[in-house]
Design a protein around this ligand. Sequence first.
Ligand SMILES: [Zn+2]
Length: 276
Amino acid sequence: MPEGDTVYRTAHVLERGLTGRILVRSEFRMPQHATADLSGATVLGTVSRGKHLLTRVARGSGADTEQVTLHTHLKMEGAWRVLRPGQRWPRPEHHARVVLETSDTVAIGFSLGIVELLPTAEEERVVGHLGPDLLGPDWDEDEAVRRLHAAPERPIREALLDQTNLAGVGNMYMAELCFIAGLHPQTPVNEVPDVRQIVRRAKQMLELNKVRWSQTTTGNLAERERMWVFRRDRSPCRRCGTPIRVEMLGPAGRERAAYWCPRCQPRPRVRRTSAT
Ligand SMILES: [Zn+2]
């Protein structure tokens, strides 16, 4: 699943390829928007909010101008690509969900998890639930820390993935942040010694990686050296040599793979809740 920095870079790619241009053709390959048509509209820009993308266009003229937002989300497999007209697509045509064409560019949204059109004035409806955005202009460290502390019994793994606490951390950064902090992913928030430190590191990781497509948390860009634990199950821990563990964790039906070093990130002790 793409993390906040990937979505941020995607917004820049769309910004470069579409902003200020007039759409000569649009295509929405999904039943609920099959008849939508943005041709003739001017693209005003694309911004990321956490892992959501908002592409704003203006159509009509004078007093009849309306601003419309195309809200998309990459979810697990999604990607936007901007190409020249006639250039070969990097993914199969039937994976395309949205095609936006200008006189000299074509933006194709492949396998998008969310595609919806709404009045720009109503954007809050789709992104208003998000916590402070790690890469947003409104980033607020205090608020993110406050939200994480609001559910003290919750595993840090879940709390970091919850986009209403802070927006931008996905499964990869979650695993890496827990490793760097020496925390088992199931450690309850109230047993985390320094929540603010984790939030700061999350911000640093995304800031460092937002300008490059190949992400690293170790500082090493070599293909197999980029991560501490993420997708390194059974490989030796870079610190202590113990094989990295992987386990599916999370609410039923929405489990995600968690990776950790059993030695560097010991399981939290089970606390007795009764006084026996
Ligand atoms: Zn280790």
